[in-house]
Every structure is written in structure tokens, then in C-alpha cells.
Design a protein around this ligand. Structure first.
Ligand SMILES: C[C@](O)(CO)[C@H](O)COP(=O)(O)OP(=O)(O)OC[C@H]1O[C@@H](n2ccc(N)nc2=O)[C@H](O)[C@@H]1O
Ligand SMILES: Nc1ncnc2c1ncn2[C@@H]1O[C@H](COP(=O)(O)OP(=O)(O)OP(=O)(O)O)[C@@H](O)[C@H]1O
Length: 289
């Protein structure tokens, strides 16, 4: 049995700098990986199956975990199976990359379980076919990202705690990117010098205004967070918003005061993904045994 984490990400800012002919958006962002997320359990088996502890998670071929597994089989010709159990903790359509991270953990986990040993760039390329956010989880570093999110430069972020709040709604990424009022002309920025710099006003999330118009509760959530932390912001295309904290304790206090119907978690940013740390341990145990 192999158990691996699928960590969340937050976009510390998200600038939309253009749009490609195929409709996809050019963007600039910093992905901060977090030490909180889903978990996947893998058991060798004759066929591929997926179970999940939450009723609203799709279990059919549309689940990104099964799509990742099928893509890996197709790419390598491998016909081995696995019984995969998904422990879902991240909100869906929350902008914290849950489905994308599950897909990346499936790619790397099955690569290890099936002894495929594909290079990381190959797995990231396969991941990109599943979604723009998958490559950062495959590479496993907090990163400065450009292009549609696939040109990644690892960054070293200072240790920071974040409060991430989900206002209980599901935001469709395609709906936000498809909105005609989305600002698509933010000037190209240079890689900022520090985390503090990207949490200041000149950096922002271009999707915030559109998402707030579609879902006023996101505006209410930002106002609520800003009473306690000036740097509150939305992640991705929403619905989650986050604020940098003075420490874990402040986050626990704020969680106690959350309005009804909102849920949240406190997490630390991680420069190296917990997934890659867990895989390194798995490989070390395997090689020593
Ligand atoms: C907003 C971010 O979360 C920032 O990290 C990502 O750019 C979104 O990544 P994702 O959820 O993996 O998105 P995908 O599943 O690839 O795309 C969902 C839809 O969003 C739109 N989309 C996505 C990424 C992008 N750079 N431009 C887009 O226009 C496309 O209409 C696409 O059909
Ligand atoms: N394993 C999975 N976990 C979550 N959602 C999944 C999964 N597989 C497929 N999906 C589908 O993907 C949709 C978006 O899920 P996800 O949680 O990744 O959104 P998100 O957090 O907004 O992503 P991003 O931050 O990458 O835009 C869900 O509505 C769901 O139907």
C-alpha cells in the first residue's frame, strides 16, 4: 500500500496578460504549495478502480485521478491496475487546485507503483493534457509561472502561514475565463524580489472582480478577511480567498469566528511539495528492502 499527499496551492497573485488564439489565457502567477490537501491510497490490483469518501466527487472516468491513470497506461502501454482511494479534503471548484493535485499525485504515484520511472518533464507534459495547473504539482516546487501556467521557475518563499476560506460555492474556471469583462491586459511583470512584494497592491488577482460580480459572497468573504489581515486575496478563479497570518494561532482563532456556511483551514507554504518528500521516502524504503 502506498499513501501519498495531494497538496493544495494558492495563487499569491494572478495577472492575466493576454489571450491565445485557442482561447487560453496568458498569465503570470506565483503558486505557493501548501502543507494541507487531499490524500491518495494506492494498492496493486488487476484493474483500475477509484473509491472516495465524499459523495459529491465523481467516481467515473471524468475523475482526474482515473483520467491521469488512463493517460499513463496509454503513454507507456502498461496494463497493470491499482485500487485507488481518494481522501477528499479540498473544496471542489475552490481555486486551490484539488483536482489538478489529485491528478499529479496519481501520475507520480502510479509511475512509482508500476515501476515506470518516467522523467518528471514527461509526467508534467502528460499532466498539462489534463489541466493547466497539473504541471506545478508534478514538478513539486512553489513556483513563478508564465504561459498558461506551464513555464515554471521554482521560487524560495519564506515560511508563512495562510488562512484559506471557502464560502461554500463552486466556481467554474471556464465561466470566469469566458467573461467578456475579464481584464486581459495587465502589463508583464518581472519576477518579484519577495513574498511581501507579491502581497502588495501592485500585484493582484485579475479574476477577483469578475468572480465577485458572479458570486457576491466572494466580496463578502474578502471584506471579512480584510478586517483581520490587509493582504486578503482570492486564489485562482475562486471561490477560496486567503490571507497571510502572523502565525498558526491567529488562524485557529479566526476559524472559531467563521460565519456559518463557510469552511476553512490553516496551512503553511512549502517550497518543496509534501508529495515529493513522501515519494523520496517510499523510494528509499523500497531500495533498502
Ligand atoms: C486559474 C488557474 O487555477 C491559475 O492557477 C489556472 O490557470 C486554471 O487551471 P485549471 O483549473 O487546470 O484549468 P483547465 O482545466 O486547464 O482549464 C479550464 C478552463 O479554463 C480556461 N483557461 C484555463 C487556463 C488558462 N490559462 N486559460 C484559460 O482560458 C479554459 O476555458 C479552460 O477550458
Ligand atoms: N479528483 C478530483 N477532485 C476534484 N474535482 C475533480 C476531480 N476530478 C474531476 N474533478 C472535476 O473538476 C472540477 C474542478 O475541480 P477542482 O477542485 O480542481 O477545481 P479548482 O480548485 O477550481 O481548480 P483550479 O484551482 O485548478 O482552477 C470539479 O467540479 C469536478 O467536477
Amino acid at each position: 500500500m502506498l499513501t501519498l499527499p495531494a497538496p493544495a496551492k494558492i495563487n499569491l497573485f494572478l495577472h492575466i496578460t493576454g489571450q491565445r488564439d485557442n482561447g487560453y489565457h496568458e498569465l503570470q502567477t506565483v503558486f505557493a504549495l501548501l502543507d494541507y490537501g487531499d490524500r491518495l491510497h494506492f494498492k496493486p490490483a488487476g484493474t483500475l478502480t477509484l473509491s472516495c469518501d465524499q459523495a459529491d466527487v465523481p467516481r467515473d472516468d471524468s475523475n482526474l485521478v482515473l483520467r491521469a491513470a488512463a493517460l499513463l497506461q496509454q503513454h507507456t502501454g502498461c496494463r497493470r491496475g491499482a485500487a485507488i482511494r481518494l481522501e477528499k479534503r479540498l473544496p471542489m471548484g475552490g481555486g486551490v487546485g484539488g483536482g489538478s493535485s489529485d491528478a499529479a499525485t496519481a501520475l507520480l504515484g502510479l509511475d512509482a507503483l508500476w515501476d515506470l520511472n518516467l522523467p518528471i518533464p514527461t509526467l508534467a507534459q502528460l499532466g498539462l493534457e489534463l489541466g493547466a495547473d497539473v504541471p506545478v504539482f508534478v514538478h513539486g516546487h512553489s513556483a513563478w509561472a508564465e504561459g498558461v501556467g506551464e513555464h515554471l521557475t521554482p521560487v524560495s518563499l519564506p515560511d508563512a502561514h495562510f488562512l484559506v476560506i471557502h464560502p461554500g460555492i463552486h466556481v467554474s474556471t471556464a465561466r470566469i475565463f469566458g467573461d467578456r469583462q475579464l481584464t486581459r491586459d495587465t502589463p508583464i511583470s518581472k519576477l518579484p524580489a519577495s513574498l511581501e512584494a507579491v502581497l502588495t497592491d501592485s500585484f493582484h488577482n485579475d479574476c477577483e472582480a469578475v468572480a465577485t460580480r458572479h458570486f457576491p459572497v466572494i466580496g463578502e468573504l474578502l471584506d471579512w478577511l480584510r478586517q483581520y489581515a490587509g493582504n486578503a486575496r482570492m486564489t485562482g478563479t475562486g471561490a477560496c480567498c486567503f490571507a497571510r497570518l502572523t502565525g498558526a494561532q491567529q488562524g485557529q482563532q479566526l476559524l472559531q469566528q467563521l460565519p456559518q456556511h463557510w469552511t476553512g483551514f490553516v496551512a503553511r507554504s512549502r517550497n518543496t511539495s509534501p508529495l515529493h518528500e513522501a515519494l523520496a521516502k517510499f523510494r528509499a524504503t523500497k531500495n533498502s528492502g
